[in-house]
Write a protein that binds this ligand. Structure first.
Ligand code: ZN
Length: 336
């Protein structure tokens, strides 16, 4: 590979090699085996933005370890354990949401914050105390989830957690094209389901799955970002969320919806909401999309919406059981 060498004042062949270097972290110099770009001709070290970033990250990691500071991953795991969003955890700890977001993005936590986090993580009584003091600040879904987690903290691998982490894992490993440029947000997806199940009477499962598709794709069309970050696949009767059976199992396990069989010529199930819709999770634009989808399809039968979706380019161009790229949102026909 070649790069511009300022010492030679020329483009030169260069090599990446290891070099002991010290990086300043919070006023302390941390020595690491840094990856640096070296000019093959004159041996000068050439500054490289990307490598420098990586080296700095490593220095941060060493600094954290040395001082017993929690890493971004630790925070995410802690939140996952209790089913808390950044907002939820910050409410329990009495911090601003921005603080947690910064720490998860890699900022070094303050000593006071760090010891509070370690206390929260390691001392169930303390965590419970904070939970009881502040649970009124959580949204209903999170409060319920946290209650479950605290109730069965010894059995942290509850069914809900397993399903939730399965979905998160499956959904987040896809490229941006299949999740609409958005990290999967299970609370938003759950609340979209609640919105549709509350707003449409006798909502059947197969119809719900297509409404989710139309909503996420319409959001993407209008804003370039999906609402929930859910990937959708082509199925026999239309586009539906990937692993939709796991999704529905999760929604029921977590007490978000229940299903009831209906009597009729076909077999099927109604979806009924068990929690209230949390409007606060959505932007005005996203709420407009949800309302537009309900308005457009509330009187459509499952069969009609299935037929609509079969006309959509994204559905037609995708192979059976394959994921549908969000780029097809541009040409949605049934709704604009
Ligand atoms: Zn050189």
């Amino acid at each position: 590979m070649t790069a511009y060498c300022p010492s030679c004042n020329k483009d030169r062949e260069v090599t990446v090699s290891k070099q002991r270097e010290s990086y300043p972290v919070k006023g302390e110099s941390i020595v690491i085996d840094a990856n640096v770009v070296v000019c093959d001709v004159c041996g000068a070290t050439i500054y490289d933005d990307e490598l420098d970033e990586e080296n700095l990250e490593e220095a941060y990691g060493i600094y954290r370890e040395k001082h017993g500071l929690l890493a971004p991953r630790d925070l995410r795991e802690l939140r996952a354990e209790y089913g808390l969003s950044q907002r939820g955890l910050s409410s329990l700890l009495g911090w601003s949401q921005a603080t947690i977001a910064r720490y998860e993005a890699g900022a070094i936590p303050s000593v006071a914050h760090n010891s509070q986090l370690i206390h929260f993580r390691g001392d169930l009584d303390y965590a419970l105390e904070l939970y009881h003091e502040n649970k009124h600040k959580l949204n209903s879904l999170e409060a319920k989830r946290a209650a479950d987690a605290f109730g069965s903290v010894k059995d942290s691998r509850s069914i809900t957690n397993i399903l939730q982490s399965f979905l998160s894992k499956c959904y987040t490993q896809n490229s941006a094209l299949y999740v609409g440029n958005k990290a999967f947000d299970i609370d938003k997806l759950a609340n979209m389901v609640v919105f549709f199940a509350s707003g449409i009477q006798d909502l059947v499962k197969s119809k719900l799955l297509k409404l989710l598709w139309y909503a996420d794709f319409l959001c993407y069309k209008r804003q370039g970002v999906s609402a929930s970050g859910t990937p959708y696949v082509r199925d026999y009767y239309g586009p539906i969320p990937a692993h939709h059976d796991m999704l529905l199992a999760y929604l029921q396990e977590d007490g978000i919806v229940e299903t009831r069989p209906y009597e009729g010529p076909y077999e099927g199930e109604y979806i009924l909401p068990l929690v209230e819709f949390d409007k606060g999770l959505f932007s005005e634009e996203e709420l407009d999309v949800l309302i537009a989808v309900v308005t457009r399809f509330k009187d459509s039968t499952a069969k009609e919406i299935s037929r609509c979706s079969h006309d959509e380019d994204g559905y037609r161009a995708t192979e059976m059981k394959q994921m549908i790229p969000y780029s097809y949102a541009e040409s949605l026909k049934a709704i604009h």
